[in-house]
Design a protein around this ligand. Structure first.
Ligand code: ADP
Length: 494
């Protein structure tokens, strides 16, 4: 009897393996950190071989710990850091260069150039993305332009390139399967999310030969089998999605209008927009949420650059707290911030302001301002930033949001969750299993091998640990938000 699903959660700083029961209950997790390379200012790289070895090591150790062998595991799901690019030799499997990580800014100037050439609208209308160095296209172009002899080898079909899911899949299948899923493809800036195919015009523009790109497949369904040499016998790999899309699925956000927010170092909000790729007027991204069978579901995505990292700043730089978890108690020790606002624009502001030059500020400080007021203002700042993205989403779809599914490290903070419910006027739903990212991949895989017959059957298993309902009046909410918007207006530089 098979009883487990193995999720490979390949993140930016660590490779994790999580084994779930078939009902989605996490059984065991193993995490392995790997090296971050910063060869130049703003450049970020990973060793693709280390990504692979840490991920495989974590998976084997996880199975060993619970005494499972391949025959106990029904299927494997993969979720991954998105946009990061690996290029390798088709024959030897050797990477031609380090993986270029999504955070890497090496192609920022080139992106300014393509905007000057008027490519912004073309890219947005085809891919749903706003041209930026984050996305894979310009990283692939950089490799083709800068690694000696690579362009010729690519044109001769000797080179393969892909996002991290593709790299893991190709290796796990011992080079048999060269594919990616639609969610990862949708982050490359080369994929037409309306036609659901690599876009020839963009491939030509970036000078990327089509033959080096993987086949694009639905997020759920059998991609191939992990070679017997890895786990003792073959295991089907039947679900793949980029980390944020996977979390949306893992949160059971399968209906149009469902929204999730992951409160991690930064915050990532995704709204399920059903089968419509909604074009944003507020600078949100349009992306593929998943494809199951022939049906594509789209999402609107907005991110907040600084979320949990403002709490790290209180701890490591201001040194006014010892741990992130104590912020809840400290914030509750005062009844309000007493008019203090902390705008955590440490690296500029994203949606809906889009001001890269804005910087953080602490406003409304008086002689009586205490540590507790500042801590409370920091948590409220996180909630306010989320409110701004939620209202952008509401404007884009023209529908009011009623609830928000939450996960990520800072979602453990009850004060933050209650404040979020109050300021946004929405119900906050915190699930029992906060491993939404890995759970999403596990459930896409389970669906892919037929353990479940539909997303709604999976969502029925989704259990809420706690709900936070709004407790303040509309007037109080409007007052708080207007104070925040006034504070933001003072940090904007353009
Ligand atoms: P990531 O996946 O981005 O590394 P996590 O989801 O692990 O992030 O969340 C870690 C972040 O959450 C850290 O920035 C930390 O400061 C913040 N955090 C963790 N616990 C709490 C808490 N109880 N209250 C507020 N912030 C918290």
């Amino acid at each position: 009897m098979k009883k487990y699903i193995l999720a490979l959660d390949q993140g930016t700083t660590s490779s994790r393996a999580i084994i779930f029961g078939e009902d989605g209950t996490p059984v065991h997790t193993v995490q392995r950190e790997f090296t971050q390379y910063f060869p130049k200012n703003g450049w970020v790289e990973h060793d693709a071989m280390e990504i692979l070895s840490t991920e495989l090591g974590a998976a084997r150790e996880c199975m060993l710990y619970i005494g499972a062998d391949a025959s106990d595991v029904s299927c494997i799901g993969i979720t991954n850091q998105r946009e990061t690019v690996v290029m390798w030799d088709r024959q030897t499997g050797e990477p031609v260069y380090h993986a270029i990580v999504w955070q890497c800014r090496r192609t920022a100037e080139y992106c300014d150039e393509l905007l000057r050439e008027g490519m912004g609208e073309v890219i947005k209308s085809k891919t749903g993305l706003l041209p930026d160095a984050y996305f894979s296209a310009t990283k692939i172009k950089w490799l083709l332009d800068n690694i000696e002899g690579i362009r010729g080898r690519a044109e001769r079909g000797e080179i393969l390139v892909g996002t991290v899911d593709t790299w893991l899949l190709w290796n796990l299948t011992s080079g048999k399967v060269f594919a990616t899923d639609v969610t990862n493809a949708s982050r490359t800036m080369l994929y037409n999310i309306h036609k659901m195919e690599w876009d020839d015009e963009l491939l030509r523009y970036f000078g990327i030969p089509r033959c080096i790109l993987p086949k694009v497949m639905p997020s759920s369904g059998i991609f191939g089998c992990a070679d017997a040499k890895f786990f003792g016998s073959e295991i089907p790999i039947s679900g793949i999605a980029g980390d944020q899309q996977s979390a949306l699925f893992g949160q059971g956000c399968i209906e149009t209008g469902d929204v999730k927010n992951t409160y991690g170092t930064g915050a990532f909000l995704l709204m399920n927009t059903g089968n419509i790729p909604v074009a944003s007027r507020s600078g949100l991204l349009t992306t593929v949420a998943w494809q199951i069978g022939s049906e594509t579901t789209y999402a609107l995505e907005g991110s907040v650059f600084v979320c949990g990292s403002v709490i790290q700043w209180l701890r490591d730089e201001l040194k006014i707290i010892d741990s992130a978890s104590e912020t809840e108690k400290i914030a509750k020790s005062v009844s309000s911030t007493d008019g203090v606002y902390l705008v955590p624009a440490f690296v500029g502001l994203g949606a809906p302001y889009w001001d890269p030059y804005a910087r953080g500020a602490l406003l409304g400080v008086s002689r009586g301002t205490s540590r507790a007021h500042i801590v409370r203002a920091a948590l409220e700042g996180i909630a306010f930033e989320t409110c701004d993205v939620l209202s952008s989403m509401e404007n884009d779809v023209g529908v009011r949001i009623h609830s928000l599914a939450v996960d990520g490290g800072a979602s453990a903070n009850n004060f933050l969750m209650q404040t979020q419910a109050d300021f946004a006027g929405v119900k906050i739903l915190r699930p029992v299993c906060t491993e939404s990212t890995a759970l999403g991949a596990a459930m896409l895989a389970a669906l892919g091998v037929g353990i479940y017959s539909s997303p709604s059957e999976i969502a029925a298993h989704h259990k809420i640990e706690r709900e936070f309902a709004p407790e303040i009046t509309t007037e109080a909410r409007e007052l708080a938000l207007s104070g925040w918007h006034d504070a933001v207006s003072r940090v904007l530089k353009r």
